[in-house]
Every structure is written in C-alpha cells, then in structure tokens.
Design a binder for this molecule. Structure first.
Ligand code: GLU
Length: 308
C-alpha cells in the first residue's frame, strides 16, 4: 500500500490498486459551485496527479426539476478557471437513464424493490401521529424519518394497481430483504479520509440506518444512490473522494454494489468548509461562490491558498 502525500494539506490518500487509479468529481448542476466544491475538485485532481491517475468529471443531473444547463456551463467555466483539466467529454447522467433503469429492473427481479405512494406530507402525518402516541420514530443519518413501508408486502394485484394508477410513485429498496440478500460476508468499506466522528480504516456499513431508500421516482428516473454506484462502476472509479456529508450514504452505496455485483472503490471523505455562521457552505450563499471570488479579482492561486 502506498500513501500519497498531498502538498501542504490535511488530506492523505491510500492507493491500494496496482491498476491506474481513477478519480472523479461529480457535481450536480443545481446551483453555482462554491469553495467546498473547489476543495473537492482540487483534491480529486491533485490526488489523481500525484498517483499518475485519471481525473474524470461527471455531471449528476438526474433531478431534472432542479438541474439547469446554465449551471452545467458554469461548472465547466469554474473548473477550467481553477486550472483543472479533466478527460473529455464529461459524463452526463441524464444521457444514461436506460442504464439506471436496468439496474433497478435487476433489483426488482431479485424481489428487492417495491413501488411506494406515500407523499412527503403523508409520511410526515403518519410520523406525527405515531409520535403523539408516544412512539419514537426512527430517523436516518440525515434526520429524516424512515419510510413506514406500507406497500412493502403488497400482493401482485395491489402492486400492479399502483403501477397502473395515475398516482406518482417511487421505487424503494426493501432494506430488510436487501440486507439479507447481501449478508453472505460483512459489508464494509476502506476509508482513507475520516467520518464525522473521526472514523477511518475498515468501516462496517450500516445501510439499515437509512430504511427503504428511494431508487427512482416519477420526476427523477433514478436516485443519487442508484446512479452513483452504476456510474462509479462503469467509469472504473477506484477512488471516491468527496465531502464528509456523504460519509453515511456510503453504507447504501456499498449495499447496492454488493447486490449488483459492482466493484468496491476506496472511499475518502474530506472535511467540509463552513461559512461564517458555522454551517456547511450552500449553493444558495453567493458570497462563497467561485464566481464571486473570480469577479472580486481573486486568482485561482488565492483560492488554493484559502482552502488547501
Ligand atoms: N452529486 C453529488 C453532489 O453534488 C456528489 C456525489 C458524490 O460525489 O458521490 O453532492
């Protein structure tokens, strides 16, 4: 195992593969990139360079209600301005919906997914009702209540009725069945960065903490979880370097990789940059946008000095 030191920064990365390492930066074009994205992109780029590896760019634009072409253009402009070079062309997820649909079909053939119809409001009401009766409703690592799973065990006819009706539905992973199907050996990942509690090294995945996650919905034909594992495998990504806010999601990704027979990358979750209010940077805060720094006359070297 070789450790690749990065110049003057607090992130180090283990290279475990003898094949050429492949890194990727995978932003969603639903807003302008901020300094946190610059950190992620630069780390991926620099780690790839230090390891004589490849650096790919993937546009994660599955959610058509929030993604816009002008933000995609801004991503290309900002990354080029930062001095980063990626292999052309960038992969755009909306060009590959059929692949995510086949992955979903495969999980369906294994009996591990079901169509669900409860809206966010209905879930909230069900949780509130249970909680007024003194029940504690389980929440996922992001704090959202787990799906009640009302349609999990519907018979063939009831399920077909949902699909035939005009009501929007989402396909969910039946987490209990999925975890059983993947239980042959312990589900783990190799973490070369750190989790929120400083976790590093061999990590035990805990996908059950997420409950029955959504894999596709009427307005977004694949979920982040499903498309990210399909694409990481397809693009031969060996090292996933991304913000610590996605650390817990890795449990779901490892489960899907196991179910779909996809290879396991090494994961490196890096620190998050916080704003003056102590919260993680968001796309809605224009002050920390890369474009704002650019317009204020800052140089890419200034950005590097600021974040790395
Ligand atoms: N598209 C995700 C985001 O913009 C990142 C996905 C990943 O790196 O796994 O937050």
């Amino acid at each position: 195992m070789i450790f690749i030191p990065l110049p003057c920064q607090r992130e180090t990365m283990a290279d475990t593969s003898s094949a050429q390492p492949v890194f990727r930066f995978a932003p969603s074009p639903n807003g302008l990139l901020h300094l946190g994205h610059a950190l992620s992109a630069m780390l991926n780029h620099d780690m790839a360079q230090a390891a004589s590896g490849r650096f790919l760019l993937r546009i994660e634009d599955i959610d058509r209600t929030r993604c816009r072409p002008e933000f995609e253009t801004a991503i290309f402009d900002d990354l080029a301005w930062l001095g980063l070079e990626w292999e052309q062309p960038a992969r755009r997820q909306s060009d590959h919906l059929d692949l995510y649909a086949s992955a979903l079909k495969r999980l369906d053939d294994m009996g591990l997914v079901y169509p669900s119809v409860m809206s966010r409001g209905e879930i909230k009401a069900a949780v509130a009702e249970a909680e007024t009766k003194g029940r504690t409703w389980p929440r996922d690592p992001d704090g959202a209540p787990l799906y009640p799973g009302s349609e999990r065990d519907l018979g063939h006819d009831a399920r077909n009725a949902i699909l035939a009706a005009d009501k929007p539905h989402a396909w969910r992973l039946d987490m209990q069945r999925a975890a059983l199907a993947a239980a042959a050996t312990p589900l783990t990942w190799q973490e070369t960065g750190h989790g929120p509690e400083g976790e590093t090294g061999l990590i035990a995945a805990d996908p059950a903490a997420w409950g029955d996650v959504i894999l596709s919905r009427s307005d977004a034909p694949s979920s982040y979880h499903l498309s990210v594992v399909v694409d990481d495998a397809l693009q031969g990504i060996t090292h996933v370097v991304r913000g610590r806010d996605l650390y817990h999601a890795t449990s779901v990704h490892r489960l899907l990789q196991r179910l779909l027979d996809l290879p396991e990358p090494v994961y490196h979750h890096h620190r998050l940059l916080l704003g003056a209010d102590g919260r993680k940077l968001s796309k809605s805060n224009r002050d920390t946008g890369i474009q704002a720094f650019r317009q204020a006359g800052r140089t890419p070297a200034d950005i590097r000095a600021l974040i790395l």
